[in-house]
Design a protein around this ligand. Sequence first.
Ligand SMILES: [Zn+2]
Length: 248
Amino acid sequence: MHFFNRKFIVGPHFFVLTKRRCAVYCLFMVLVGILTGTLIMISSYADNFNKGDTLSVIVDAGHGLPDGGAVGVTGSIEQEINLKIALKLQEVLEAKGVRVIMTRTDENGLWDDKDDSIRKKKVSDMNKRLEIMKKSDAHLFISIHMNSFPNHSASGLRIFYAPNHEEIKPLAENIQTRIQDITGANINIVKSADKSLFLMKNPPIPAILVECGFLSNAKEEKKLQEDDYQARLAWAIADALEKYYVLP
Ligand SMILES: [Zn+2]
C-alpha cells in the first residue's frame, strides 16, 4: 500500500520506479501463491508417496477358500465377489499406470499345504497378507469385502482406514464420494477401523478396507453380483486413487 502513497510524495520519477516495484511485488506474490498451492497439494498426498513415483498398490480380495466369507441370502459367496471386484480394480489401475500387487488371483486363500486345519489355514492366510504388505514397497493396501448382518434391511457401503495411518482418511473420503457419485449408493460411512479387523489393526503401510455392500440384503446382493455394478465400484475406487495421488 505504501508504494501508492509514495508516488504522491516523491513525484513522477519515483512513480515509474514504484510501478516497477509494484510489478516485482505482484510477481513475488503470484510465486508465493503457486508455491503455497503446490505445498497444499503435496501435503494432501499420503506421506509415503512422492509425486513422480510409480504408484504401487496392493489389491486384496478378502477371504479365499476354504474361507468363503459371508454367504448371501440367495447363496452368493463373498470371496467370489471380492475377487471379481479386485480383478476389475487391478485392470483399471494398471490401465492408469499403477503397479498392482494382488494378494490372490484365484478362489483359494493364502495358506500352506502343511496347514491341516481350517483354523491353521486362516491364521496362515492373515499372516501371509500381512507379510505381503511388509515386504512390498507399496504405497497403499486396499482390501475388498462384502458385509452381512442378521437384520436383512441393513444396506450400503462401509469404508474403513487403518487408525495408525490417519493421513489416508482423505483418500477414504474420496472413495466414498466417488462410489456415491458413480453407483448412487446412499449409505457410506468412513471410519477408522476397529481392532477386530486383523489386517487393519496396525498395518505397516496405509490401508483401506471397502465393504462394498450387504450380501444379507437381497436387493444389494443382486446388484453386487452384476458385472456392471462390480465394474462401476472398481472404476470409482480407481478414480478416487487417481485424483488423490494426482497421477499423470
Ligand atoms: Zn469379508
